[in-house]
Structures are given as C-alpha cells and as structure tokens.
Design a protein around this ligand. Structure first.
Ligand SMILES: *[C@@H]1O[C@H](CO)[C@@H](O)[C@H](O)[C@H]1NC(C)=O
Length: 453
C-alpha cells in the first residue's frame, strides 16, 4: 500500500457544527469529530465553509501544497513530516483565518497522531481508484494556470493564504432567514475589492487612437488583450487563463457573483480576438480547452446557486458563433489547431445542450463606443444579453426586420439618431418582456425557498 503518512494535511478548526465544508470539488457536512483533511496531493487547494449548511455566506481560502521533496529518501533519515496548513473559523467575522502562531503550529503538529485516524478525512475517498484519479486530474487541470502572483493580485493577500467570500450575493436571502445576522458584510471586514484585470470592452484601443484604428480595435480586441497581458500579467499570457479558472471556481464553490461577472468579461474578451489567434495559437487552444473542462464541471458542487448551463446559453452561444466567424480571417500555421479545438467544443455543446452552430445567422448590430461613435459589428452573446449591465443603453441590436426598416422604411423622414433611437426603443421593449418573465421565475424561487425553511 502507498505510504500516505507524509502527505499534506489541512486542519479546519473551530467550525460550528454542523456546517458545510468543502475542498476543491467536494463538499460535505461536518461532524464534531471533524478536524480536517489528510492525504492532500501536491498542487492548489481551495477549502471553503459556511456557517450553516444552507446556502448562506460562504468563505474560503486557497493554499498550495508543495508535496514531498523530490530528493531520494535516504534510509538513515527520518521520513519528512507532512506539510501542515491550519485554518481557523472566526465566527465574529465568519471567515477562515490562517493560524500563524508558531506555538499553535507546534502544538497541532505534536498532536496530529491523536486525530489522524478518526478526525481527519482522506482527500480521496471515492469508491474506486479510477474515479479518484479522474477527479484529482481534472482539479489539477482546472487550476493549472493559477499562480501565487495571480491570487495575490486578485485577493490582495500574501502567501500562503488567499481568501475570499460570497458576502453579498445571498444577502437578500440572508435577510429573510431568522436567526442569522442580517448583514454580515457590514461587520469589521468591509467588502474587499477584488483586483481583477480591469477589462472594459467599450474601450479596447490604445490611448490616442483615432478613426479606423479605433474602429478596428473595437471589432478585434487583440491589441487590448496584449496590452492587458503586458500591463498586468508581466507578459504571462497564461495569467489571463488563470483568472478565468479562478473566477469559475469561485462561482462554483462560493457563488461569488463578482467572479461570475469577471468570468463573463474574460470570455467576452478572449472570444472577440481575431488576429491574436494567429499570433498566440497555443494560448487560444488552452483557452478553449479550459472552457470546455469548466462546462463539464459546472454542476459539481452541491448547493451551487448558479447554473452555468442557463447563464452560459446566451453568452456562450453568441461568443462561439462570433469567434468561429472571426477565425475565417485568421492566417498562420497554428490556426488549424484552434479550429480543431473549437470544433470539439461545438461538438460537446451540441451533444450536451443540443446547440446547433452550422449555418446559423450571425447577428449584426451597432456598438456605441464611449464617445458616441458607432461601429457596426457582429454581436456576441455578451453584448446581446447584457441588457442590465454597463452595456444597457449603448448597444443597439438589429433584427433583420429592423435592419431593413432602417434601410428603406422610415429612412426618408427620420435622421440617423432618430432611426437608431426608434430601433433601440423597439429592442428595449422586447427585453423588458423577457425581464418580466425572469422576475416571475425569481418569485417562484423565493417561494421554493420559503417552503424549505
Ligand atoms: C466576492 O468576494 C469578495 C472578496 O471576498 C467580496 O468582497 C465580495 O463581496 C464577493 N462578492 C459577492 C457578490 O459575493
């Protein structure tokens, strides 16, 4: 049997019982005997907890296991002790804090023996070895672009503990649950700004660019991607994928809505690049692979508020369609790999969600730049769907009927701004209808919630 006694351990102390605990893609309800998790493989891990086992505030922290040193074990030396991570639940702030006191660390290390067998749950515990392998490998791939630099930029913390919470996303629900403090966000820990890449898809050209250059940069965001990589990622393009991975996993495990918005922005940027595909084909292959793997895991964590399938529908469909169209213009030896990978993704979406891509009509619309200039372009799902967000008043979508109305219909009597205004109003009223439909669904959800509590 494999010797596991020197594999890493994370202790989760002072948890209320029962509480929801989780590590990576696994979640569980804790018992009073639970002290933590043993047999952690090397690599990134994310532990999270919630003060109750329902869907309330969740808090979690990343840490990195180096793994047993690769030096060959010499028979004379004692086996190296396991790496030990200690996180304490602080009920006042409802957060996991790192235990840094050397005395406490010594104490727990000395007492590991007494809790090792019954107090620590093994990380791998599926019925079969194969399933374990698959989960561990997928987790490794879901985090393979995450780096200490990325986590420090986003969470603003230092090694080896990078934490975040889902403070406000469930706030409305929290207010309604008796017995829970009505606003934990107003506590001693004010909401922390996450240091995401400042992606603004409305301004994707260099300072001072004018005319054609600007229009081009609005239609093909490649310049903008490079500039973000240079300015914020120390030229490490994989950090953009790391951010995509981070955001996805924080939506999955914590339901952190800010991360969901950023996940959409990163995808919105990547899949509206054209010339960059020829320059960085390997990067785009990895981006598409990352997205597909994420989609395969979007239902993994119990109690996830967010269903990527629904959310993704409008966004992804549009983006994939538009990206494929853009690829037609790309030249370069690496292009074929990107096309292959995209076809695989489409195949997966077709099988899993029944989406069709062949022969689909790509919508054209007008994107209004921040100074009021309008650029005609193919619209991705991101722009189409984000009626409520920053795009709301800026995007004018043209259905074929509206487009032809623009060309002929009123053309003689209305000025261009008037015509656009008319089209805008028409598409607005459509979206209002769908918003109403969504609202009644939300009410339905609330009723369901009430029934449970
Ligand atoms: C996401 O996490 C950050 C950092 O912990 C937190 O400040 C923010 O409130 C969270 N956002 C939501 C919507 O949960």
């Amino acid at each position: 049997m494999e010797d596991t006694t020197n594999q890493a351990i994370v202790l989760l102390l002072n948890l209320p019982h029962p509480c929801l605990g989780g590590i990576n893609l696994l979640s569980f309800t804790t018992t009073p005997r639970f002290y933590g998790i043993k047999n952690l493989p090397p690599g990134w891990h994310f532990v999270f907890t919630s003060s109750t086992s329902s869907l309330s505030v969740r808090h979690g922290a990343w840490f990195h296991v180096k793994g047993p040193s690769s030096a060959p074990p010499s028979s004379s030396a004692a086996p190296s002790p396991p790496e030990l991570f200690i996180k304490k639940w602080d009920s006042a702030t409802e957060t996991l804090l790192p235990e840094t006191s050397p005395t406490a660390l010594l104490h727990w290390r000395a007492n590991l023996g007494s809790i090792y067998r019954d107090g620590l749950t093994p990380y791998r515990q599926s019925a079969t070895q194969d399933r374990d392998e698959e989960e561990t490998n997928d987790w490794a791939r879901l985090t393979d672009c995450i780096t200490p630099a990325l986590l420090t930029r986003i969470t603003g913390e230092t090694p080896d503990h990078w934490s975040l919470t889902s403070a406000s996303s469930a706030k409305v629900d929290i207010d309604d649950i008796p017995g829970l403090p009505s606003s934990s966000a107003a506590g001693p820990l004010a909401e922390k700004e996450l240091g995401f890449l400042p992606i603004d898809l409305k301004q994707t050209w260099r300072a001072g660019a004018t005319g054609r250059e600007r229009t081009h940069a609005a239609q093909d965001r490649s310049w903008y991607l490079s500039s973000l990589i240079t300015t914020y990622c120390r030229e490490d393009e994989n950090e953009v994928l790391g951010e995509l991975q981070f955001c996805f996993l924080m939506v999955l495990t914590l339901n952190n809505h800010s991360c969901l918005e950023q996940w959409k922005r990163v995808l919105g940027l990547l899949f509206t690049c054209i010339s960059a595909v020829g320059q960085r084909p390997g990067f785009f292959v990895r981006a598409i692979q990352t997205l597909q793997l994420q989609l395969r895991h979007c239902g993994d964590v119990e109690g996830g508020l967010f269903d990527l399938r629904e959310e993704g529908a409008g966004l992804l469909r549009g983006l994939v369609r538009r990206f494929r169209k853009g690829l037609e213009e790309v030249e370069g030896v690496g292009k074929v790999d990107v096309v292959d990978e995209l076809e695989e993704l489409e195949e997966y979406l077709r099988e899993e969600f029944g989406w069709e891509f062949e022969g689909e009509f790509v919508r054209r619309g007008m994107l209004e730049l921040e100074d009021g200039e309008r650029v005609e372009m193919e619209m991705s799902g991101y722009e189409e769907d984000d009626e409520s967000g920053e795009y709301a008043p800026m995007v004018v979508e043209l259905t074929p009927a509206q487009a032809s109305a623009l060309d002929v219909g009123d053309a003689g009597t209305l000025s261009l701004p008037e015509r656009l205004h008319k089209v805008k109003r028409e598409s607005k009223s459509e979206s209002e209808e769908s918003e109403e439909a969504e609202e009644s669904e939300d009410e339905q959800d609330l009723d369901d919630m009430d029934a449970r509590f």
